[in-house]
Every structure is written in structure tokens, then in C-alpha cells.
Write a protein that binds this ligand. Sequence first.
Ligand code: AMP
Length: 246
Amino acid sequence: MGQTTLSYYKKHAIRRYGFHGTSHKYLAETAAAMLGRPVGQLNAITCHLGNGSSVTAVEGGRSVDTSMGLTPLEGLVMGTRAGDIDPAIPLHLMRTLGATAADMDAILNKKSGLLGLCGDNDLRAVIERRAKGDPEACLAMDVFVYRVRKYIGAYTLSLGGHVDAMVFSAGIGENSALIRSLICAGLERVGVRIDQDANAEMCGGRQGVISTPDSRVKVLVIPTDEELSIAQQTLEVVSTEASAAA
Ligand code: AMP
């Protein structure tokens, strides 16, 4: 092989690309507008929680870290994706089970996450089973919530403890007051205080603030709009090119 890590980066384009960028951009811009400040003056942690999930740290309006990597597999526990695991695990399974690279791809991307933990990838089903005390569903939700909290903790420090807003979006983030409440539970010491009534109401496509007025970090629910963001960015490119050609 004889290659350095840098040569993998240069020759094979191995790097952390991140995903959901259009959504995180839209969320940061909308959060800034809701807080009445320019996006360039916003520090935020944006949580896009759907069947695919990612968290981004936004500093001065720019993404400085994000949980997905070269592929969407890295980071949070998702509907069917494992998210972060010890990179030695696939090697171990390949050696001991004779699993191929294609097998590992399918296991990690399509058979892991909530599905792998409890047999359901739709969080609504997991929540229903958890309410009846199903231990596998309880475990799956605990792991899902714990991983989101871990990233929020890491990104809070990445931002030097200066977080203006925490944003919830996508299928789970926009609709599940329970998940939002579990993610924010006990975070008062880091400036996050949820208004449980506002949280319960902010579902089904509603946009608004779910933190209390004295919460140092404003917690927002914002239905993402990737189509609008793509259209806005396309317009920007087209206008720039048109004025350069004029
Ligand atoms: P998305 O990929 O953004 O379309 O999100 C899809 C996921 O959102 C589904 O797999 C569900 O797990 C989740 N979801 C949608 N509505 C709810 C809800 N009311 N409570 C919990 N999860 C929900």
C-alpha cells in the first residue's frame, strides 16, 4: 500500500464531506432571522433529526463541524444506520464471520440504528412500544437520545460554550415533543431550559421557540425547507454569473 493518510486525502478524496448541508444552512439562517440578528453573528447547534440524522455546529453563521462524514454513516444513531462505532468492528466481523465489504455496507447502513437495536426504524413505532415498556424499544430510544446529547455536548465546547440557539428539525425534530424533551432534559446548567407547554404545541409543521424566556440558549423548532434553500442558492449563483457576464 505504502500510502500516507495525506495521500488518501489527496489522491482518493477521503475527507469529511458532511451531509444535510442545505438543511443546516436553512436552519441557521431562519434561526438568525427568528432571533433578529445577522446570520454572521449566530452560534448555533442545528439538529436535523429524521430517518437520516445529523447535527452541525454553526459559528458566526458558518458550519465548523458536522456529525456525518465521508458518507452519511458517521455520527448519530439513525433509522437504519449505525452512526459512530469502533472502526475495528467491521474488520472483526469480516474476519470472524467471513462478511464481505458489501455485507458490511448493508449491515451498517440498512440493518443497524433503531432497526438493529429494536426491529423498528420508524421512531413513532419505537415510541409506542417504549410506552408499553418494551425493553428493546426503551434501549433504542435511550441510545438515540444519548448520542444526540453527546454531540450537543461536544459542539457546545467546540463553540466555546457560546451557543445562541439550538434548533430541532426534520421528521423527528419537528414532530416529537417527547424526543426534544428527553434531549434537553437536565441541560439547565448549560443554559437550556424548555417550556414544556410550548414544546408540546410545536409539532406538525409549526415553527417557534420552545425555551423559556430566561433560557440562555434559545431552543427553536424550524420545519426545514431544503427545496427553498436550493432555489435561493441557485438564484444567487445565476445572478452572480449574470452580473459577471454583463
Ligand atoms: P424524515 O426523514 O425527515 O422524513 O423523518 C422521518 C422520520 O420522522 C420517520 O422515520 C419517523 O421516525 C419520524 N417521525 C415523523 N413523525 C413523528 C412523530 N410524530 N413522532 C416521532 N417521530 C416521528
